[in-house]
Design a protein around this ligand. Structure first.
Ligand code: GDP
Length: 446
């Protein structure tokens, strides 16, 4: 049976980590399929709060194997530290494998990230992308330029030496950016500690699927940051879509049974790029505060805005969502009403409902048209206790109507509602269109 793909349906930070961790109760493998230390999934488990950057959230559960998949670019030093920190906190409960095909982010890539932003701003002030400065873009560029260093090479000193010589020969400016001999020595040392984790991961996943086990593909970054289908050039350097999850894991399409789109009840964006439904002023500051909208990786405050149905309809089609997980509904509790953008009007008077302009500048100049939906009450202890005991039937009526409204507007049912960071602060609504479901998760406190 199933491969369940979890995809961020907005600009990131939708609580994909929480949703994947929740669904992992029924999985034996959890695979990260792209990106690297630019992700920051904050997950609250019974032992405390964890921020995972490169490790898939499967490491937090006994009996689950976390897989850093072939599509990732991993910072070996940061990965080594992340493993050790989690082990010291006694939260590393699952096991870990790292694909021999995943690429290494080198100190040169991190230096190049800053160097590239400088080149952009020096050429066109305001052209910076607002990257996380973790070397992700340059590492993917080298991957596709065929200069990259894969984990299968990183762990063999002779191969590492040869690949590094090629990489440095391809970029004369690298010599000025980093101390190359020191970098090589450090990489070799870290690689020796990571070597036991490195192996082919596709056959392991194929065997698990042959045994009918559940494999979760954990989203990192989000569909609107996809390098081709997002708000280019303000995007990440890989494909955080359902299709990208397959490329990044080596799992064929016919194995996929569910694609879960994760969306907040509002929206946020961090870094540069268009954000049509942004809310500024006191209300924006209120949502930032209530939602704790600050990046776990970078500490940057996130811009906030209203839910954008034009974008949500677009990513629903793009990814083939079979259900939605609606998160952070508690943040909007107690507002006067809940605005939702239902369409855009372009400067030349056209109406757009489900396909945004591909040009980032054009997207920045659309005027969203809002529908105001009735708000639900502020969440309090009494309501959350009822939700824990009674489940979906205890959701406030306006919130139930909001959920139904989203299902109608996107054509996809909302299957989960999250009203707090913890595992148990989640209700499963079932699947209105029937069929096998990933949602029948009962055991969250392993
Ligand atoms: P991700 O990268 O998509 O996993 O998202 P982040 O971890 O960057 O951001 C989501 C944040 O919201 C984290 O701090 C979570 O602990 C928190 N969170 C998750 N679900 C909820 C929820 O339903 N309500 C509230 N208030 N916070 C939540």
């Amino acid at each position: 049976m199933p491969v369940i793909v979890v995809v961020g349906a907005q600009f990131g930070d939708e609580a994909k980590g929480k949703v994947t961790d929740y669904l992992a109760a029924n999985a034996t493998f959890v695979v990260r399929t792209g990106g690297g230390p630019n992700a920051g999934h904050t997950i609250e488990i019974p032992e405390g709060k964890v921020v995972l950057h490169q490790l898939p959230c499967g490491v937090l559960r006994y009996g689950v194997t976390a897989v850093c998949g072939p599509g990732m670019v991993l910072d070996p030093t940061a990965l080594d530290e992340e493993i050790r920190t989690l082990q010291e906190r006694r939260m590393f409960k699952g096991s870990l494998v790292v694909s021999e095909r995943a690429h290494a982010i080198l100190p040169t890539h991190i230096a190049e990230d800053a160097w590239e932003e400088k080149v952009r701003t020096a050429t066109h002030p305001g052209a910076e992308l607002g990257t996380t400065m973790r070397g992700i873009g340059p590492a993917y560029a080298d991957r596709y330029g065929r200069w990259g260093i894969r984990f299968g090479e990183l762990i063999h000193p002779a191969k590492l030496q040869q690949r590094l010589e090629l990489l440095v020969a391809s970029k004369p400016h690298l010599k000025e950016l980093v101390d190359l001999p020191a970098m090589q020595a450090k990489l070799a040392e870290v690689a020796s500690r990571l070597a036991p984790y490195v192996q082919p991961t596709e056959p392991t996943l194929w065997s698990a699927l042959a045994r009918q086990e559940t494999v979760l593909l954990e989203g990192a970054q989000s569909a609107l940051l996809d390098v081709d289908f997002g708000t280019y050039p303000y995007v990440t350097s890989h494909h955080p879509t359902s299709a990208g999850a397959l490329v990044g894991s080596g799992i064929p399409p016919f194995e996929v049974s569910e694609v879960v789109g994760v969306t907040k009840a509002y929206a946020t964006r961090v870094g540069a790029g268009p954000f049509p439904t942004e809310v500024e002023g006191d209300l924006g500051a209120y949502l930032q505060r209530e939602g704790g909208e600050r990046g776990a990786t970078t500490g940057r405050v996130r811009q906030v805005g209203w839910l954008d149905l034009v974008l949500l309809r677009y990513v629903t089609k793009l990814n083939g969502f079979t259900s939605l997980a609606l998160t952070k509904v508690d943040v909007l509790g107690g507002l006067d009403d809940v605005p939702v953008a239902v369409q855009y009007v372009t400067p030349d008077g056209r109406t757009l409902t489900d396909y945004p302009p591909s040009d980032a500048e054009e997207l920045a100049h659309v005027t969203p048209v809002y529908e105001k939906l009735p708000a639900w009450p502020k969440f309090n202890e009494r309501l959350t206790a009822r939700l824990r005991e009674e489940g979906a039937s205890a959701l406030p009526s306006p919130l139930k109507r909001f959920v139904e409204y989203l299902g109608r507007e996107t054509g996809v049912p909302v299957e989960w509602v999250s009203y707090g960071p913890r595992r148990e602060e989640t209700v499963w609504l079932g699947k209105s269109h029937g069929g096998p479901s990933a949602g029948a998760v009962t055991a969250w406190a392993q």
